[in-house]
Design a protein around this ligand. Structure first.
Ligand code: SF4
Length: 461
């Protein structure tokens, strides 16, 4: 890849944003593996050529084109898109044209650095021959990740519903893996089973997603869960239950977090990680919350125009949140009738916890709004330990740690911070082992959140 040093700042607004995906290849970064693949399948169901980028080969390029001050997920995704485009150029030769691709990199409206990833990556792409013509497709938390403009307007609503549904289904498959793998009858069968289940679900989303035939997808999901629970060996006793929170990319990307869930399992844990749907619900909830605050303010000042705007936004975010939460509830209800999977926390409930304990405010925003009360909820529900997973120097997660660590000490609940960058810390596994020793002790003293082992007899019932 050649590089010219010129930076075109106009490109930050012209070549980052919502672009029509028709006749383009939509390139999706791999965050949680299952979620990214189901999202790509959902888009394919709407006739968009969508593909998930490989995740484990671009880091060297990412390091080359970053200074080391960026957040780790920014380094990873920068490297991955450069690697992907390099491979495409090698594959296609003369016919390679970066204008045929849209690279997906969403953003948040602050206050942390996630809003800057796509700007930074734009500058990097603009400095490389030809890649200045690769557009970055971005969605923002500002408008609750609106999909308007990506495809024909009449399909936007269906795409939004299908995308949300695939986020929930991907969460369920992840939770199913974490629920069955610690109790599997033979080593490796849970991983193989979930991998093949992901492909089944990709097929289902490609086939049924665009018509929003969610009942058919749910039927297939129920079949998977029924089969998945037969992997559990009923003779293996329940293990200490560990809750996980943290920065969304790091806690869900297994290469980036050096497969921390598997290491915890190696030392005897059953793990429940915070979900992706929780973040999506949070962004909608936050939009509703902002609209309500704006309405109250304009009412006080008696400004009719802004009052009307805020009211309209409040209705739109309110309806969206109602839809998301009821859909999520429906899926969890039918799956939980088959196997005991952890349910998601309701965002309003999490805000209530923060207010009750006067620990933090949703006014500040970021993942800390979910992680801090999420940890408190884990403690209340009878988990045996909590792990906070995040990129080294991540602002919201460092905040979370500062607030929660003294609380956990007070409540004598084992707690572990696991910051990650590209290096392998020699003491990391020893820290996890020590944490798990404490979690086992907690489990012996207090027991754990109730768990129901399903067995073959219940299966036939
Ligand atoms: S959440 Fe943390 S890692 Fe992610 S952008 Fe913000 S500061 Fe960076």
């Amino acid at each position: 890849m050649g590089s010219n040093k010129l930076v075109n700042f106009r490109s930050l607004s012209q070549n980052v944003g919502r672009f029509n995906l028709r006749n383009k290849k939509f390139v999706i970064p791999q965050m949680n593996r299952i979620g990214s693949h189901l999202l790509a399948a959902t888009f394919r169901g709407f006739g968009i050529d969508a593909e998930v980028m490989e995740n484990d080969k671009g880091l060297d390029l990412g390091m080359e084109y970053t200074s080391g001050k960026e957040c780790y997920p920014c380094q990873i995704t920068t490297g991955n898109i450069l690697y992907y485009m390099k491979k495409e150029e090698e594959r296609l030769g003369e016919s390679f044209n970066p204008e045929n691709y849209i690279y997906f990199m969403p953003e948040a409206d602050g206050p942390c650095r996630f809003g800057m990833y796509n700007k930074y990556q734009r500058i990097v792409l603009d400095s490389i021959d030809k890649l200045d013509r690769l557009k970055i497709g971005s969605l923002s938390t500002d408008d609750g990740y609106s999909l308007s403009g990506l495809i024909e307007e009449e399909q936007v609503r269906d795409l939004r519903k299908a995308s949300y549904f695939c986020v929930v289904v991907a969460d369920i498959l992840d939770r199913l893996l974490w629920r069955i793998r610690p109790y599997e009858k033979e080593p490796g069968i849970a991983d193989d089973f979930i991998e093949s289940s992901m492909h089944k679900m990709e097929y289902a989303f490609e086939k049924y997603g665009s018509d929003n035939e969610f009942d058919k997808i749910l039927d297939d999901l129920e079949d998977i869960v029924r089969e998945g629970r037969t992997i559990i060996d009923p003779d293996i006793s329940p293990k200490p239950l560990v809750g996980m929170v943290g920065e969304i990319y790091l806690r869900t990307q297994v290469h980036a977090n050096q497969d921390v869930v598997r290491i915890l399992e190696r030392y005897g844990a059953e793990v429940v990680n915070a979900s992706i749907a929780e973040w999506v619900n949070y962004t909608t909830y936050d939009g509703l919350r902002d609209a309500k605050i704006g309405f109250r303010l304009s009412l006080k000042q008696f400004r009719l125009g802004p009052m009307k705007d805020h009211l309209k936004k409040a209705f739109s975010f309110g309806a969206e949140l109602f839809y998301q939460q009821s859909k999520q509830k429906q899926v969890y209800k039918s799956v939980r009738s088959l196997i005991d999977l952890a349910e998601d926390h309701k965002v309003a409930h999490l805000e209530k916890i923060l207010k009750e304990q006067d620990l933090f405010s949703f006014d500040v925003g970021t993942e800390a709004c979910l992680s801090i009360p999420g940890i408190i909820e884990y403690a209340r529900e009878g988990y045996n330990g909590v792990v906070n997973v995040y990129p080294f120097t991540c602002m919201p997660s460092t905040l979370t740690s500062a607030i929660v660590r003294p609380l956990m000490n007070k409540h004598r609940l084992p707690y572990l911070d696991t910051p990650y960058d590209s290096s392998y810390q020699p003491g990391r596994e020893a820290a996890i082992r020590t944490f798990m020793y404490q979690a086992h002790q907690h489990f012996k003293r207090n027991g754990r959140k109730k768990i129901t082992h399903t067995n073959d007899q219940e299966l036939s019932g």
